[in-house]
Design a protein. Structure first.
Length: 235
């Protein structure tokens, strides 16, 4: 199967828009990284933003991108609440990690933060300073609904690791079908990202990390999906 170039698929306007609007990515607070990651899986992202903003208001966080709000602070305030109480009164979101035997995402967030804290990880700096992330990743994957490891990679992205991407349906469709790579393992997808980044970086030096390319692809695919839905609706 012949592989295509991202530059031949995505219009240059997407790259220029990204470059013109480059800003700090993610959150300083590890808690907000976890909330965003867990609630964004299999959900419309606008609902994740609303959930995150509801928590920010409830917790009294003034600037969600710049303020520090530690795992310890979360557990001191919300650690005694059940998943039901968190879902109903704090996050105001009753989404579950799976439609079949999944737990409330609110419960998953709490267990995620508890796991980090009991391992001495209280801030994004603590997480990014790990010499070996494997032990904590394994523990996170034991939380119901987190077994794939996708949310852990996304937490790392949001915490500041720019060499990560979030694997989801949109990314798989872009690389496997549109670019023509075919079915990819996680390791193969990572290498495909690196290959496409090298191509993009030659034309757009400002785009120099996987996370940035992931953002551009995700934006392109989201708009493509929305256009197709509109076309289907008008048929």
């Amino acid at each position: 199967m012949n592989k295509k170039s991202t530059l031949n698929i995505i219009d240059q306007s997407y790259f220029k828009k990204y470059i013109a609007n480059i800003r700090p990515y993610g959150f300083k607070s590890l808690v907000l990284c976890v909330i965003d990651s867990v609630f964004s899986i299999s959900a419309v992202y606008s609902s994740t933003i609303r959930t995150l903003d509801d928590f920010v208001d409830h917790a009294g966080i003034k600037d969600k991108h710049k303020d520090e709000y530690t795992c310890e602070a979360f557990l001191n305030c919300y650690g005694n609440l059940s998943g039901e109480e968190l879902a109903n009164n704090v996050f105001r979101n009753r989404q579950r990690t799976s439609t079949v035997n999944g737990i409330l995402k609110a419960q998953a967030v709490k267990e995620y933060i508890q796991t980090f804290f009991k391992n001495g990880i209280n801030t994004t700096k603590d997480l990014l300073s790990l010499q070996d992330e494997t032990p904590i990743k394994i523990q996170i994957q034991r939380i119901k609904g987190q077994g794939s490891g996708i949310t852990f990679h996304y937490v790392m992205m949001l915490a500041g690791d720019s060499n990560r991407y979030k694997r989801d349906r949109q990314i798989d469709e872009f690389f496997q079908d549109i670019l023509g790579y075919g079915k990819l393992t996680n390791a193969e997808l990572t290498e495909a990202f690196r290959e496409q980044l090298r191509i993009v970086n030659e034309k757009y030096p400002e785009i120099d990390n996987i996370r940035g390319l992931d953002s551009i692809i995700w934006g392109y695919m989201s708009e493509r999906t929305a256009r197709q839905k509109q076309i289907d609706k008008c048929k």
